[in-house]
Write a protein that binds this ligand. Structure first.
Ligand SMILES: [Mg+2]
Length: 448
C-alpha cells in the first residue's frame, strides 16, 4: 500500500517575458509558469504534477491545488486507482469548491495538477511511463478511467469500448514503433512567436527544417500586412511543394466575422489550419468559421483553452473543428483527456495536443502516444517548443523529426529541485531569481 501523507503546491515562474518567448496576439508578455503539485507518501515514491499558467495568478492555482489535495490526504493510491472513473467524480464533487467552477477555471487547472500527480505516482510505483500503463490496459480498463455522466449523449461506454477494441488490432506493432521513437512526428512553433524579428524567424525556420521538421506554425492576428509579410517569408523558406506544412495561430483575437474576413485574405499562403480564431467557448462560432473557410481549404483548430470534456463534446457535435488541440492540464488531468481522445475518435477529428508551454510537451508526448497506440491507430503530429526542457529530470526530446518516446517511469514533469528553488515565486532571498535585481524589470514593470 502507498499512502498519501502530504500534498504540497509550489509556484514556479520562468521569466520568459524578457525575450518575448511565447508572445502572440493576445499574450504579449508571458512568464511561463508551473503551479506544481507534489504528493509525498509513506514510501520512497513521490508524485509530481503541474498545471501551466503564464505568470500572475499562478499563486491562485497553487492555493486551489492545496484545497483540492485535501480530498486525497491519507488515502491510499490503490484505493484511488481501483476505480478511476469514480475517483475522478469524487475529486470534482466537493460541493463548496465546485461552486467556484464547476469543472472550469482555476479549480479545474488545479485538478489537472492533482490528477496528473496521481498518475505520475502510480506510474512510478508500477515502474512504467504513463503511456505504457494505458497501452497495457484492456479496452474495458481504459473505459473505467472515465466519468461518462455529461458526455454519454455523444459517446456511450459501449461506443468507447468498441473504439478501443478496434484499436487492439496492430497495437503490439504500434507499441514497438513507439519504442523505436517513430510514433509521434513533431512540429515546431519555435520560429513563430510574434515578438521575433524577421531575420530571427528566417534563421529559426531554416534551422528547424535542417533538423527534419515538416510542420511549422506562425502566430498571426495583430496586423494583416505583417501577417502577409511573415507568412510569405515563411513560405519563401519552407516552399510550397517540398512537403512542408504551414499552420497559423490567432490566439482568440477576432470576432467570428473578423476571423473569416482576415483568414480569407491569407489563403494564398495555403495554411493547413487557423488555430483559435475566436473565443474558446464559442462552439457555434467556430462552426460558422469552419464552414466559411472550408471552400478555401483552410481548417479550424482549437482546444488549448477549451475547458472541459463537455465543451469539447459540443464543439464536436457542432462540427466546429478539424483539429482538436486538447491540453494536458487545463482539463482535469489524464482521465478527462482520454475522454476527449475517445470523443474525437468517434467524431473523426484529428488530435494534435497543445504543447506551447513549460512542461506541456513533457506531458503531451504521452498523450499523442496514447492516441496512436491505444485509441486511433493513426499518427498525428505534436508541437515541440524548444525551451525550458533543461529544468526537467526527464526532458522530452525530438530526433529526426519525431518525439523520443518517454521510457522513464512517471508522467515526465518532475522538475529538478534546484530549478524549482531558483525560479520559486516569490522565492527565497539569495536563492530565487525573483529576488534578484534582474527581476525588477518584470516585478516593477507595467502589467500587460
Ligand atoms: Mg495556440
Amino acid at each position: 500500500m502507498v499512502k498519501i501523507l502530504k500534498i504540497e503546491s509550489s509556484d514556479v515562474r520562468f521569466p520568459t517575458s524578457l525575450d518575448k518567448t511565447g508572445s502572440d496576439a493576445m499574450n504579449a508578455a508571458g512568464d511561463y509558469s508551473a503551479a506544481y503539485c507534489i504528493l509525498t507518501t509513506d514510501t520512497e515514491h513521490v508524485g509530481h504534477g503541474m498545471t501551466f499558467t503564464i505568470g500572475r495568478g499562478n499563486d491562485i492555482v497553487c492555493a486551489a491545488i492545496e484545497l483540492l489535495g485535501q480530498r486525497i490526504h491519507n488515502k491510499t493510491l490503490e484505493s484511488l486507482v481501483a476505480n478511476w472513473g469514480e475517483t475522478w467524480r469524487y475529486l470534482v464533487a466537493d460541493s463548496q469548491l465546485r461552486w467556484i467552477g464547476p469543472e472550469k477555471g482555476v479549480i479545474h487547472l488545479a485538478l489537472g495538477a492533482v490528477v496528473n500527480s496521481l498518475w505520475d505516482l502510480w506510474a512510478k510505483v508500477l515502474n512504467k511511463p504513463v503511456w505504457r500503463i494505458i497501452a497495457d490496459m484492456s479496452p474495458e480498463e481504459v473505459v473505467r478511467l472515465i466519468d461518462f455522466r455529461y458526455i454519454v449523449d455523444a459517446l456511450t461506454p459501449a461506443e468507447a469500448l468498441a473504439i478501443l477494441q478496434r484499436a487492439e488490432a496492430g497495437k503490439r506493432e504500434r507499441v514497438r514503433e513507439a519504442e523505436e521513437n517513430r510514433a509521434v512526428p513533431a512540429y515546431t512553433t519555435s520560429a513563430g512567436w510574434l515578438g521575433y524579428d524577421k531575420e530571427k524567424v528566417k534563421r529559426l525556420l531554416r534551422e528547424t527544417m535542417e533538423e527534419g521538421y515538416k510542420y511549422f506554425k506562425l502566430k498571426v492576428g495583430t496586423s494583416l500586412e505583417e501577417d502577409k509579410e511573415r507568412l510569405g517569408l515563411a513560405r519563401s523558406v519552407i516552399g510550397y511543394d517540398q512537403g512542408n506544412t504551414l499552420m497559423m495561430d490567432a490566439n482568440q483575437i477576432w470576432s467570428v466575422p473578423d476571423a473569416i474576413e482576415w483568414v480569407s485574405q491569407l489563403a494564398e499562403f495555403k495554411p493547413w489550419f487557423i488555430e483559435e480564431p475566436t473565443s474558446p467557448d464559442d462552439a457555434l462560432g467556430h462552426a460558422t468559421i469552419r464552414k466559411a473557410l472550408k471552400p478555401l481549404g483552410i481548417g479550424v483548430a482549437s482546444g488549448e483553452m477549451i475547458q472541459n470534456r463537455v465543451m469539447f463534446k459540443q464543439f464536436f457535435q457542432a462540427g466546429a473543428l478539424d483539429v482538436c488541440q486538447v491540453d494536458a492540464c487545463r482539463l482535469g488531468g489524464l482521465n478527462e483527456v482520454i475522454a476527449v481522445l475517445l470523443l474525437a475518435a468517434k467524431f473523426g477529428v484529428q488530435i494534435v495536443p497543445h504543447s506551447g508551454g513549460v512542461g506541456l510537451p513533457e506531458y503531451t508526448q504521452h498523450l499523442s502516444t496514447i492516441d496512436y497506440v491505444t485509441v486511433t491507430g493513426k499518427k498525428s503530429v505534436l508541437e515541440y517548443v524548444d525551451h525550458l526542457h533543461e529544468h526537467f529530470l526527464h526532458p522530452c526530446e525530438v530526433k529526426e523529426g519525431h518525439f523520443v518516446t518517454p521510457m522513464a517511469p512517471g508522467y515526465s514533469v518532475e522538475m529538478k529541485e534546484e530549478s524549482r528553488a531558483r525560479y520559486a515565486y516569490p522565492g527565497q532571498e539569495g536563492v530565487s531569481w525573483w529576488k534578484t535585481d534582474e527581476a525588477k524589470v518584470i516585478l516593477e514593470g507595467e502589467k500587460i
